[in-house]
Design a protein around this ligand. Structure first.
Ligand SMILES: *Cc1c(COP(=O)(O)O)cnc(C)c1O
Length: 394
């Protein structure tokens, strides 16, 4: 039998039908009033989603393009920054900062561990030349949620910019930029936003804008000052991905209808569903605490090849999940449950995970894992288990 294909990866994520229909429309010209109205509406929606009064600039690139733009616009060669490296995407911050010629201090952690706000505060106290901290809100290669809110409590009272890669956090777990005191928040289109890849979004705090204004060697293509000047006129600097922006207009409307609290509650409920079921199967999670929302990394016992498991889940059950990167390749399965994914998708994913695990020779506990997962899901929806909307950790 040919199954329906279900994409349970931590990006790209499935698209709602309303969004797909918007994407299919013919081209319009991006400098005409009709499209300006779209950009105007999008801007209001993005500011709401980011929790900021500042403009949120749409860039036509993948998420990494916005990471690059952040580093190039905020820091000058030779300036010293602190990078939290606890996975693939922390590594990317380091690589981009080095490519910009920055002097990079690194807090290096085992993959699966979250940053300690105390360690960051101590590093900033010890070395007052550090002028920026670069971190992920959610390290997607492992499934760790870094304590952004607590880190911001340290950076906001110092002359230090906090730059947050929220690519797998925005519209998935709370990261209200202005309220927390984040200086730069960015994301991509293909994770929480229910869009295809190809757009990125970036916002700067007033003091981050001051740093950008001081920039003496800006970049030509991602010059955020010029992007902002255009954004304020409901324009973009260059030709944007027009159809993706029209899709965004629709996905933002869908988010607005639900409200932020409802979006986060749903994402948290799916997270609880997945984790409870995985534990009920007798499988171990990669991350012990500070687990993120939106994806779950499942550790494979010795002797089970995660790559083979993924292939069986996809071919036999139509469920596409992700493996580990670098040294975690073959050792973990990453189940994505972010964006336009519901409980039925996750149940299908958990069933495929178990069947494929057994086909690879694994043994699971006898408990009813789906029942246990659903009970945890209902607890969140019934308000008995409350998501941590402040980001202090779960
Ligand atoms: C997906 C992801 C990226 C990379 O985004 P691209 O769109 O592939 O460039 C960077 N950081 C995090 C946290 C991500 O989840």
């Amino acid at each position: 039998m040919r199954n329906k294909l279900r994409l349970l990866t931590p990006g790209p994520t499935p698209l709602p039908e309303e969004v797909r229909l918007a994407l299919a429309q013919d081209m319009v010209h991006h400098r005409k009033p009709g499209f300006k109205a779209v950009l105007h509406r999008i801007q209001e929606g993005l500011q709401w989603l980011f929790g900021t009064q500042q403009p949120v600039l749409p860039l036509t690139c993948s998420g990494s393009g916005a990471m690059n733009a952040a580093v190039w616009n905020l820091f000058q060669p030779g300036e010293r920054v602190l990078v939290v490296e606890a996975g693939k995407f922390g590594q990317r911050w380091k690589d981009i900062a080095l490519a910009r010629g920055l002097d990079v201090a690194v807090i290096s952690l085992p993959w699966g561990q979250a940053a300690s706000p105390v360690a960051i505060r101590e590093a900033l106290d010890t070395d007052p030349t550090i002028c920026g901290v670069l971190v992920q809100a959610s390290e997607t290669s492992t499934g760790v949620r870094h304590p952004v809110r607590e880190i911001a409590q340290t950076t906001r009272i110092r002359d230090v910019l906090l730059v947050v890669d929220g690519i797998s956090a925005v519209a998935i777990s709370p990261c209200p930029m202005d309220a927390w005191g984040v200086d730069c928040l960015l994301t991509g289109s293909q994770k929480g936003l229910m869009l295809p890849p190809g757009l990125a979004f970036i916002a700067l705090s007033p003091r981050a804008w001051n740093a950008a204004e001081r920039q003496t060697c800006p970049v030509l293509y991602f010059d955020l000052r010029r992007e902002r000047d255009n954004c304020l006129k409901d324009q973009t600097l260059y030709t944007p991905a027009i159809n993706l922006l029209k899709g965004l207009d629709v996905s933002l409307q869908l988010f607005r209808e639900r409200g932020l609290e409802e979006i986060f509650r749903q994402q948290w409920a799916l997270t609880q569903l997945t984790r409870t079921a995985v534990r009920a199967l007798g499988l171990e999670l990669l991350v012990q605490n500070q687990y993120t929302w939106g994806l779950t990394s499942v550790l494979m016992p010795a002797g089970i090849d995660a790559q083979r498991l993924l292939q069986i889940a996809a071919e036999k059950y139509g469920v596409v999940m992700a493996g580990g990167q670098d040294h975690l390749k073959g050792r973990i399965v990453r189940v994505g449950h972010m964006g336009h994914v519901d409980f039925a998708d996750v149940l299908a994913g958990l069933y495929a995970l178990r069947q494929a695990f057994k086909a690879c020779g694994g043994h699971t506990a006898g408990r009813d894992y789906l029942e246990a997962g659903l009970a945890a899901y209902e607890q969140v929806l019934d308000g008995l288990s409350v998501p941590d909307l402040d980001g202090a950790g779960n």
